[in-house]
Design a binder for this molecule. Structure first.
Ligand SMILES: [Mg+2]
Length: 214
């Protein structure tokens, strides 16, 4: 039996995009990040951004602020993915970071540097807009439109809790600990035997990581 494949979104699931983008917007406006209200909507309307302003700030975030390299990791992500990987789950990262027609070199190289810098394990890395086109056995995503598209094809999808997806009706996780249990349950239900991790001298995070983190 082939491995159980977990499709993992990056922004809003592994990476704290909200904090990273908040810092960029505040820096560009010359204000403290705490002066921006909490993000509640997918389109950042509470920060007074129309589509063109968002696109401009997003471009600066990626190209000037190197947001994809410096974004904080959501707590527990790397450790959980290592445990799942050790249990026999194949990690397939799926991100739509190439949705623009500029900056692909920086977007891809900073994404890979960030994954390495945070010691996140993965077997496949997909830069894909249409997540339903990616064959995985289960998915974790935060975007309401992605969850809907995946549900429409009958996929197993877990919503990673964010203020802009509270209306989405689907299994939900607020922490990576909850993600781990859901994934193991799905894999077991699909007939996969969960492997006990081998005892290792080093902790999982340092396996990928002989040098200093970025
Ligand atoms: Mg996302």
């Amino acid at each position: 039996m082939s491995s159980f494949i977990l499709g993992v979104d990056l922004d809003g699931v592994c990476g704290d995009h909200a904090t990273a983008f908040r810092n960029v917007v505040a820096a560009e406006r010359g204000i403290d990040p705490s002066e921006l209200p909490p993000q509640q909507s997918w389109n950042f309307t509470e920060w007074g951004l129309d589509r063109a302003q968002f696109e401009d700030l997003h471009r600066r975030a990626v190209l000037d602020h190197r947001m994809f390299r410096s974004m904080p990791m959501i707590p527990g992500c790397a450790e959980t993915l290592w445990r799942l990987s050790d249990a026999g789950i194949s990690i397939r990262i799926i991100t739509h970071r190439l949705y623009t027609n500029w900056g692909h070199s920086i977007a891809i190289s900073d994404t890979v540097a960030w994954l390495d810098g945070n010691a996140i394990p993965y077997r496949d890395l997909c830069f894909m807009g249409d997540k339903a086109d990616v064959a995985a056995d289960a998915y974790v995503d935060d975007a309401p439109h992605n969850v809907a598209a995946l549900q429409a094809i009958g996929a197993e999808v877990l919503v990673f809790d964010q203020p802009y997806n509270l209306e989405v009706e689907a299994p939900r996780a607020t922490t990576w600990t909850e993600v781990e249990q859901w994934v193991l349950d799905r894999a077991t239900a699909a007939g996969h035997v969960i492997q006990n991790p081998m005892p290792l001298a080093e902790d999982a995070i340092t396996r990928l990581h002989p040098g200093p983190r970025i």
